[in-house]
Design a protein. Structure first.
Length: 351
């Protein structure tokens, strides 16, 4: 069975797709977005997956790929169409190639037209096809830049995608109306650009009169994507400077108990449990400040921001809410203790 997740980037309206083998835990990520690396890496970590490939359906013009980050941080192989000649690519893909993760495979189909190197990835087992910007839900990729043609896209869709069975699910790289999935049969019948038996002249005429504005990010995105998303040295994001924080898929930050135990002089501890829990069976950390969660909004002003705050509760759940409250109150260096006092005791750390 294939594990499947559909993720979304609101800024570029990009879908990123995660597929994994549940037995071997090997995974592939299709069309990752640079700015969503923390989210995607957190999901992989929480699902205990090993990322084998970061795949791009094409060299995007509207966002920077997260492929290089997945390679640098998680050891994934970067895979992109051979036609681009992009840097930092580990597997240069051609039509007919196969991407393997665990016991599962994706067939690589060349579907140029939107760009010269557009690829679609087909899972015959799951009856899915990831069409990039070639075939969209009730639309297609544009064909008015990057030296391609509507004629080429017409034949790519007609011969390489519409040749699949009607029930194959279509997952595009983008959608601007909130549509998440379609089928080959639906698009063959109802796609207003190329469905319903549209002839080549119909499609070309439609595409030549779209009148779309120039992509806003193209001057930045295309050069970056020709480096597989690797930033220039001046563009490298600054790392967290006070602790090795870990962001969860839910968007919260946590800090490992072992690090906190060995850096007690560098941080302040806020305990947001009740007084009974604070003095109860699990005890509390030496020097911890007690403010129950229910009172934190009213009493946040009592806390001194000279050192970072690590928030503690029983299992880390209330602490997560407390970090949101404190960040809203203006505290920048605040995080929760991963696993709370329960995890602290399991590790045998001192109270």
């Amino acid at each position: 069975m294939v594990l499947f997740r559909q993720l979304f980037d609101h800024v570029s309206s990009t879908y990123t797709y995660l597929l994994a083998d549940l037995r071997t835990r090997e995974a592939v990520l299709i069309d990752p977005v640079f700015e969503q690396h923390t989210r995607d890496a957190a999901l992989l970590r929480e699902l205990e997956l090993v990322l084998r490939y970061a795949l791009d359906t094409h060299c995007h013009a509207d966002h920077v790929t997260g492929a290089w980050l997945m390679k640098a941080k998680l050891g994934a192989q970067v895979a992109l169409a051979k036609d681009y000649g992009a840097a930092h690519v580990d597997r240069a893909l051609s039509d007919g190639d196969t991407i393997t993760f665990g016991a599962h495979q994706l067939e690589v189909r060349a579907t140029p037209g939107h760009t010269v190197g557009c690829l679609s990835f087909v899972s015959h087992e799951a009856r899915m096809v990831f069409t990039g910007d070639a075939l969209l839900v009730r639309g297609t990729g544009r064909t008015d830049f990057q030296g391609v043609s509507a004629q080429q896209l017409y034949h790519s869709i007609g011969q390489r995608l519409f040749s699949l069975p009607d029930d194959y699910l279509v997952y595009p790289a983008h959608d601007y109306e909130g549509r998440t999935v379609s089928t080959i049969g639906e698009e063959r019948r109802y796609n207003p650009r190329i469905g319903g038996g549209a002839r080549e002249e119909d499609f070309v005429g439609y595409m030549q009169n779209l009148g779309l504005p120039h992509p806003k990010q193209i001057d930045h995105a295309l050069p970056a994507n020709m480096r597989s998303g690797r930033p220039m040295d001046s563009e490298r994001p600054e790392p967290q400077d006070w602790a090795p924080l870990q962001t969860t898929y839910a968007g919260l930050t946590e800090l490992a108990p072992e690090w906190v135990a060995s850096h007690r002089d560098d941080v302040q501890i806020l305990d947001v449990r009740s007084e009974a829990e604070f003095d109860g069976q699990l005890g509390h950390l030496t020097g911890a400040r007690l403010i129950p969660l229910d009172a934190l909004r009213a009493r946040a002003g009592e806390l001194e921001p000279s050192k970072p705050w690590v928030v503690v509760c029983q299992t880390g759940r209330r602490a997560g809410m407390a970090t949101l409250i404190l960040k809203k109150a203006g505290f920048e260096r605040v995080t929760s203790l991963a696993g709370g006092m329960v995890r602290w005791h399991q590790l045998g750390l001192p109270t």
